[in-house]
Structure formats: structure tokens, C-alpha cells
Design a protein around this ligand. Structure first.
Ligand SMILES: Cc1cc2nc3c(=O)[nH]c(=O)nc-3n(C[C@H](O)[C@H](O)[C@H](O)COP(=O)(O)OP(=O)(O)OC[C@H]3O[C@@H](n4cnc5c(N)ncnc54)[C@H](O)[C@@H]3O)c2cc1C
Length: 280
């Protein structure tokens, strides 16, 4: 099984703070980590490799420091890392990000499974996995909570191509679970329920830190994309404004005895009810 895991480096916070003037994310003082769902994606890939053989390649699109995310993936058992790094990739929306990742995957070739996290804690769109599957024209399953069985493809008769294998997964739905068979190659986006990620192995971490050879850096030319197809230029969506909503609570203390307070409260509630109803 040849497995590709998509790994994103994100700021270590679930509470993204925005500069009210520029609308940009305030990154100062924020440590970078591997996106939490992606740790589960790496673990899923490494477990399959350990059971069935093959290799795991971790791929990340990001600035030079995203190499740390790949180093961690290798500490957990990935065999190789590929960093997609080019100024032309900066400012990408999900369309341009997924195009860049899928072109790199096409260059890697020979893969059976692609694992992604369900969503990134900063961008939060959960669009990258499905979009990458779409660019590649392969099967996809999102919200995967369990990998039940993998039936690898069978070699074909001479002159015939190999018969594709199948993976059976369980997906978390709002009101239940769906059991799904996907033809390989397939892309799965995983949620936290799927497994418990291991800690990175110290020896493997040291090796990948000192010997950077297993981490390659590819730019736009390496993956054969035109710079106008990727990054800000290749993005179909442009953020006009980003802001934190300003909630203002108005407290009011109702004075009087129990009966008076209850009467006042009901009259206030009735009033606010008509105000809300009046809006629709
Ligand atoms: C106009 C515009 C400009 C933007 N500019 C920037 C910018 O300058 N810098 C910036 O960081 N973001 C920028 N973004 C946000 C960027 O588009 C998203 O972060 C990115 O497309 C991924 O989407 P997401 O974070 O919602 O990922 P999700 O779809 O929520 O992620 C799901 C999974 O996809 C995989 N994945 C996602 N992103 C990557 C990646 N980069 N590498 C490998 N795997 C990945 C991971 O497995 C992840 O768990 C911009 C967005 C817009 C619309």
C-alpha cells in the first residue's frame, strides 16, 4: 500500500485572533503545530503500512518552516516528506491549494490511499480533501471514523491491467454511521475517533532533523504548474474582510418583590419576542 498523507502546519490555537485593522491573523507569539486531525491521518497511514507493507509520504504546502510538520510526520513513521514551497503558492484559497497538492500527488504517482485531516483548525473549511479527490478523479470518503477492511487490488492476466482493490470505512454522520466501500485509489478525510496518534519516535525525529535528505522541496516548476494557476493569482475567492464579531451584553437588574420581578421579566420577554418576530 502506497500512502500519501496531507499535513498542514497551523498556529497552535483554536481561538484565532485577528488584527482589527488589517483583518490578518495575528501569528506573533504563536507556536506552529501539526494540524490536530492530521496527526490522526498520519497514524492511519503508518498503521496500514505496518500491517500491509508499502510506504508513507507526507506532503505539505506551506512556508519553509512547515518542514517541521513533515519532520514530525517522519518521527511518527512516514518514510519521506515533500514540502511544496514557492512564493507563487502564497495567498492560495482552497481551489489553488487543492490544485497545488493534487499536481504534487500526480507527480508522486503510484498511490493507493491518500489521507487528510477532516479540517484544519485555522482555515476550517474542510474542503481540501474533497477538492483534491475531485482534481485527481478518485473516490473519496469524508468524516471517516473507522477503517474496517482493505482488499488490495489483484494483479490482472498478462496484457490486462490490475483489478482495483477496495477499502471499507465507517463515516460519522449527524445521526448515525454510514458504512461505505470505496474503490482504490481513494482519498479519506479522518476525524479524531479513527485512532489515537502515537508520539513521534525520538530516534526517528533526530534522524529526520539531522538528515534532511528524505525531505524534498518542490516549487511551482517542479510540479508543472503555471504560477498564474496557483497562490493568490490562481484563487477564485478573495477575502474582502475578516473580523471578530463584537458581542455586547446589556444587563438589566429587575427591582421589586418576586411577583413584580416575574411580571417585569415576562413583559420584557414578550417585548423581545415581538421584536424578534417583527424582524422576519
Ligand atoms: C484569498 C485567500 C487568501 C489566503 N491566503 C492565505 C495565506 O496567505 N496563508 C495561509 O496560510 N492561508 C491562506 N488562506 C487560507 C487557505 O486558503 C487555506 O488555509 C487553505 O486553502 C486550506 O484550507 P483549510 O485551512 O480550510 O483546510 P481544510 O480543508 O479545513 O483542511 C483539511 C485537510 O486538508 C489538508 N490540508 C489543508 N491545507 C493543506 C496544506 N497547505 N498542505 C497540506 N495539506 C493541507 C490537511 O490534511 C487538512 O487536515 C487564504 C485563503 C483565501 C481565500
Amino acid at each position: 500500500m502506497n500512502i500519501i498523507v496531507l499535513v498542514k502546519q497551523v498556529p497552535n490555537t483554536t481561538k484565532v485572533k485577528l488584527d482589527p485593522r488589517t483583518g490578518n491573523l495575528i501569528r506573533e507569539g504563536l507556536e506552529s503545530i501539526v494540524n490536530p486531525d492530521d496527526l490522526h491521518a498520519i497514524e492511519a497511514g503508518v498503521r496500514i503500512k505496518e500491517e500491509m507493507g508499502g510506504k508513507v509520504i507526507a506532503v505539505s504546502m506551506g512556508p519553509p518552516q512547515a518542514v517541521d510538520a513533515l519532520t514530525q510526520a517522519m518521527g511518527m513513521g512516514a518514510d519521506r516528506g515533500i514540502l511544496l514551497c514557492d512564493t507563487a503558492f502564497a495567498g492560495a484559497d482552497t481551489w489553488a491549494t487543492s490544485l497545488t497538492l493534487s499536481r504534487a500527488i500526480e507527480k508522486i504517482g503510484d498511490y493507493d490511499l491518500i489521507f487528510c485531516g477532516h479540517q484544519a483548525i485555522d482555515g476550517d473549511t474542510a474542503q481540501i480533501g474533497p477538492q483534491v479527490a475531485d482534481w485527481l478523479g478518485i473516490a473519496q470518503a469524508t468524516y471517516v471514523k473507522e477503517i474496517e477492511e482493505i482488499r488490495p487490488g489483484e494483479p490482472g492476466e498478462p496484457g490486462e491491467s490490475a483489478k482495483p482493490g477496495e477499502i471499507i470505512v465507517k463515516r460519522r454522520l449527524e445521526n448515525g454511521v454510514e458504512r461505505l466501500a470505496c474503490q482504490l485509489p481513494a482519498l479519506l478525510t479522518v476525524i479524531k475517533e479513527v485512532n489515537k496518534p502515537r508520539y513521534a519516535n525520538m530516534e526517528r525525529l533526530i534522524t529526520s532533523c539531522t538528515d534532511r535528505a528524505p525531505i524534498s522541496v518542490w516549487n511551482a516548476a517542479d510540479i508543472g504548474v503555471n504560477t498564474c494557476e496557483v497562490g493568490l493569482e490562481g484563487s477564485n475567492t478573495h477575502v474582502i474582510k475578516t473580523f471578530t464579531p463584537n458581542f455586547k451584553r446589556q444587563n438589566e437588574i429587575l427591582e421589586g418583590n418576586k411577583e413584580v420581578v416575574v411580571k417585569k421579566l415576562f413583559s420584557r420577554l414578550k417585548k423581545s419576542d415581538t421584536t424578534i418576530a417583527g424582524r422576519f
